[in-house]
Design a protein around this ligand. Structure first.
Ligand code: ADP
Ligand code: ASP
Ligand code: MG
Length: 453
């Protein structure tokens, strides 16, 4: 298992390893994690998620915690999910041969009870969600004989909810002992008023990147249940090829569009500090995985990957002489902004424009937005088009190469897919096509087939 030679190990070289929920779902997985950590003395910073699914029908602890919170907040019975949470931690402790957790789980139960009775309670939604990582980090620190790092005391958010850079110094100060192994719960910190606040779902990846920057890691290893990023979603393309190397920019595009192996916000703390990220498989630690770096040799013309998702709405607006009306586009965007909705793309022609919006953003706001657009802009025609899927084909420097787009659109034409939208930014990093949701899978397979022999 890639053990470095003694000579290669300097006291200053540090590796941060973040283990995801499936890598920590039960005692057998946690034993694999211990073997990985112990196989390289540089792996001294271990960031953990809450226990994830043991199989596809299992529940994630974070989901169970959130279920408890929602039920308690409505004074409904939450005893069953709470029991499942306790039973899971108890079984893990028993199977690992360590003492069961009692206090932090009792505290969660007590806070839920107060919440249900509408008494003052610590149990905000975020506090409850963060318990999963808090409890698991305590257990794993115990099992590894490592020090628990209270990330809630170190990771801080500013008044806008963004990571406060003081977090780096706070973490570094608590992890300065060169001989120690540290276990850091992922996913949360505290806001300005001292309340626990979580990152978005999947956000332990972000904690891993923050810790990497705080300690000046040589590499940030992100251990999960696949051997790296694949060139396409394995649920759509059979056995897609793994990606060996990808740039931060390419990864961000792929992750944002649905290659969900790594949370897309993850990369900023690591990329700003120039720390490479290595995605590795806990179940196959010798597999190379994917390396995420600042620059790579992209002269091979090839694409690096394809990602996409369904669930985009398009507002189509037509008005004669639109191109001569100053501020038309601004007014459209203003209406979206005042409704708290952001948009993905805005392709336009002389007398028409379309605004593409992700449904998770749009749901609930659509009637108001359409009414306001109608009233303010008095369009000749306005329509909400049927839902669309967006597919990003990604690779540094590829978008402006004639051969690449020719091959991509040729493949779509041959497979009978009708392209409803094209967006190609000046960044040359991707070509995005919009297709009807029914065509999504065949479009992804056609593009993959066109580029990967
Ligand atoms: P963790 O719990 O370790 O954080 P995640 O579930 O967040 O793991 O991410 C790993 C999963 O991402 C894989 O099991 C796989 O199903 C999914 N996935 C989606 N798209 C891709 C892709 N392009 N390459 C690899 N995995 C992908
Ligand atoms: N446990 C959290 C979640 O399920 C965070 C994470 O796993 O990264 O979203
Ligand atoms: Mg994840």
């Amino acid at each position: 298992m890639n053990s470095p030679s003694e000579a290669a190990v300097s006291g200053a070289e540090k590796i941060v390893c973040k283990f995801g929920g499936t890598s920590l779902a039960d005692a057998a997985q946690i034993r694999k994690v211990r073997a990985i950590v112990q196989s390289d003395p540089r792996r001294r910073f271990v960031v953990v998620s809450a226990p994830g699914k043991r199989d596809k029908d299992d529940a994630k602890i974070t989901d169970l915690l959130l279920t408890c919170w929602h039920l308690a907040a409505q004074n409904l019975d939450y005893s069953e999910p709470l029991h499942l949470i306790r039973a899971r931690y108890d079984q893990i402790a028993r199977d690992l041969g360590i003492a069961p957790l009692t206090d932090p789980l009792d505290e969660a139960a007590a806070e839920l009870e107060k919440l249900a009775r509408h008494e003052d309670s610590l149990a905000t939604r975020d506090w409850m969600a963060a318990r999963g990582e808090f409890c698991h980090a305590l257990l794993i620190a115990e099992f590894l004989g490592a020090q628990f790092v209270p990330s809630g005391e170190c990771i801080r958010f500013d008044e806008e909810g963004l990571l406060d850079p003081i977090s780096y110094a706070n973490l570094a100060a608590l992890m300065s002992d060169e001989g120690a192994i540290y276990v850091v719960p992922g996913f949360y910190g505290r806001d300005q008023s001292g309340r626990i606040k979580t990152f978005p779902r999947g956000g332990s990846d972000i904690t891993g990147a923050v810790v990497s920057r705080a300690v000046g890691a040589l590499v940030y290893e992100n251990w999960t249940d696949v051997s790296g990023l694949l060139m396409a979603d394995p649920r759509v393309v059979e056995h897609p090829k793994p990606i060996e190397e990808v740039t931060y920019r390419e990864l961000r595009e792929l992750a944002y569009m649905g290659a969900s192996v790594l949370h897309e916000e993850t990369i900023f703390p690591a990329s700003q500090a120039g720390i490479p990220i290595q995605i590795k498989n806990t179940n196959a630690p010798d597999d190379a995985g994917t390396r995420i770096v600042a620059t790579r040799d992209a002269s091979d013309v090839g694409i690096v990957g394809i990602a996409g998702r369904k669930g985009f709405s398009t507002i189509y607006i037509e008005k004669a002489m639109m191109n001569q009306q100053r501020g038309f586009g601004r007014r459209v965007l203003e209406i979206l902004e005042t409704n708290g909705v952001s948009f993905e793309h805005m392709p336009s022609a002389l007398d028409s424009m379309s605004v593409v919006i992700g449904d998770e953003n749009f749901d609930g706001h659509a009637p108001t937005i359409l009414k306001e657009l109608e009233r303010t802009l008095e369009p000749d025609r306005m329509e909400l088009l049927p839902p669309m899927a967006l597919i990003a084909t990604v690779g540094e420097g590829m978008a402006l190469r004639v051969g690449v787009s020719g091959r991509l659109f040729g493949a779509l034409r041959e497979s009978g897919v009708n392209v409803r939208m094209i967006s190609q930014g000046a960044s040359e990093i991707n070509i995005i096509v919009g297709v009807s949701e029914a065509d999504y899978e065949s479009a992804v397979r056609a593009i993959y087939g066109a580029f990967v022999a």
